[in-house]
Design a binder for this molecule. Structure first.
Ligand SMILES: Cc1ncc(C[n+]2csc(CCOP(=O)(O)OP(=O)(O)O)c2C)c(N)n1
Ligand SMILES: [Mg+2]
Length: 514
């Protein structure tokens, strides 16, 4: 068969079930090969590459099996970089296939020729090229296995002549690599540290934030008189009855410092060391109090849940009852909409087992603050700070979990980067409700101007932080992509729109005017 067919047959055999695509001429053999050899790999067209990479990230965070993406040369890849950056920060094992010119055409100065490696390397754990039509299948397999082993996006550059060249065969697929569990020695050492510490804290991230991981961490913390935190903006966190509520570290470095004040030890489990989102004059990059000792139980990329279960076992608390979980009382919001009212309205109306994608930016904490009052759910957040992931990630999550409603808690400015993801939601009939926090501004930047001591921003600064003139018409935009939209200005209207959206199939958009 052709290289393209061998690659897709191998992808399918390795467990790839979906390909998010925005292809071009260099990928034409692959486009054609999905019908012949890619049987079983669902193709999903996305109308910009930022939607492709963000959807692949959302899909893979939820399914655990790598999604494939198909992009067109350097410029196509470049358009997808921001969301592949978020996937890198989430440690999502994606396999991105970028078509390139035929090998003999690559140096001819053709208009679309560019240095693809220099674009791909900063946002990939692995970058490689197909070696020939005959090796295309094993080249794909190497990308796939490396992505899974290292929990990082892998990018394979596929030359057009390797895809159309014949004589290829699919590669034999060995079992997928497993997440490495941390050594028992480290578990024992951390167990001793915790037992000796006066007031230890556990900081969970990545693979530690499963239901089992959070339960084990809560048992460990209680047995040593400590506390549990989740990293800021985790890729994926589970919440609900039977899962102790875990506060996330705050955003600003001074708040992180005061939260961690008084802890003797900070044990990192699947999380990196706390770090300030930005550098501010006079504030540290690593906002951890000086006399707090940091330790690592599991590095990002290791199995944090396995580490916590092993530590609970070692510490003799594996079968302890879980700490009492107070179920917070959340009152129905009333009156004009605020971020807090939107967060509460979602928490009160979200169906059981929803997936919440949180790109609320300056509003996002308004949901996490009350999320403990919501029924069982999974929350995905913006791991890499590159805005424009909410609509794509919601699209991917809905494709991964067709039985679970998806609610996108979405800031308005960020929605604009990848708004055309709504079209894919409509085309695929996905059960996604996008709630736009329509404050008509880049509110977080206004807050940052204030932090920088600017009391009265000038006309130029106001111009760069406002979405006024014209205000986006969200319901028209949404309708234009085939998604019915509803405008709400009060909490009762929003509650009503949310209930209606979850009772109807297919995608919806709700504008919440703040
Ligand atoms: C790709 C990318 N471009 C620009 C930025 C800088 N940035 C951070 S937040 C923001 C605006 C956020 O506005 P919005 O999404 O409306 O959220 P709000 O602050 O109003 O809650 C911008 C432009 C970024 N983080 N990522
Ligand atoms: Mg805004």
């Amino acid at each position: 068969v052709r290289g393209a067919e061998s690659l897709l047959a191998t992808a399918r055999a390795a467990g790839v079930e979906i390909c998010f695509a925005n292809p071009g001429t260099t990928e034409i053999s692959l486009v054609d090969a999905f019908d012949a050899a890619g049987g079983g790999v669902r193709t999903v067209l996305c109308l910009s590459e930022g939607v492709v990479t963000g959807a692949a990230d959302g899909y893979t965070r939820m399914s655990g099996t790598p999604a494939m993406s198909l992009l067109h040369l350097g410029p196509g890849f470049a358009n997808g970089i921001a969301n592949q950056h978020n996937a890198l920060r989430a440690r999502t094992p994606l396999v991105t296939v970028v078509g390139d010119h035929a090998t003999w055409h690559q140096d001819s100065g053709a208009p679309l020729a560019s240095d693809i490696e220099s674009l791909a390397e900063p946002v990939s754990g692995w970058v490689g090229r197909t070696g020939s039509a005959l090796s295309a299948a094993s080249d794909f397999l190497e990308a796939h296995r490396t992505a899974l082993r290292d929990r990082m996006p892998a990018t394979l550059i596929a030359a057009a002549d390797h895809m159309w060249g014949g004589g290829a065969r699919p590669a034999a697929v060995p079992p997928a690599p497993e997440l490495p569990a941390p050594e028992q020695q480290r578990v024992t050492a951390v167990g001793k540290t915790l037992a000796a510490g006066q007031r230890p804290a556990l900081l969970l991230g990545g693979t530690a934030l499963s239901a089992d991981g959070i339960r084990a961490a809560a048992r460990i913390a209680r047995s040593v008189g400590g506390e549990v935190f989740a990293e800021r903006s985790p890729a994926r966190i589970e919440r609900g009855p039977g899962i102790p509520a875990v506060p996330t570290l705050p955003y600003f470095p001074e708040d992180m410092l005061s939260t961690l004040e008084g802890f003797s030890d900070l044990v990192l489990v699947g999380a990196g060391s706390p770090v300030a989102f930005f550098g501010y004059p006079g504030l540290p990059s690593v906002p951890v109090p000086e006399d707090t000792q940091m330790h690592t139980l599991a590095y990002p990329g290791e199995d944090g849940t396995a580490a916590l279960l092993a530590l609970a076992e070692t510490s003799g608390c594996a079968d302890d009852p879980l700490p009492e979980r107070e179920s917070p009382d959340l009152a129905e919001p009333d009156g004009p909409l605020t971020a807090a009212a939107v967060g509460a309205a979602i928490a009160l109306t979200q169906p059981a087992s929803s997936i919440i994608v949180n790109e609320g930016v300056s509003s996002s904490a308004a949901y996490t603050k009350v999320a403990a009052a919501a029924p069982a759910h999974t929350e995905l957040s913006l791991t890499g700070g590159a805005i424009g992931m909410g609509i794509p990630a919601s699209t991917g999550a809905a494709l991964a979990c067709p039985d679970r409603p998806v609610i996108d808690f979405q800031a308005d400015g960020s929605a604009m980067y990848t708004l055309q993801g709504l079209w894919t939601q409509a085309r695929e009939g996905l059960d996604v409700t996008t709630v736009i926090c329509a404050n008509s501004r880049y509110r977080i930047l206004e807050a940052e101007l204030g932090r920088a001591g600017v009391e009265q921003p000038g006309a130029a600064a106001r111009n760069m932080t406002s979405l006024d003139g014209p205000q986006p018409d969200w319901c028209s935009l949404s309708a234009g992509f085939g998604v019915p939209g509803t405008r709400t200005t009060t909490a009762p209207e929003l509650l009503d729109a949310l209930r209606r959206a979850s009772s109807e199939p297919g995608p919806h958009l709700i504008e919440a005017v703040l």
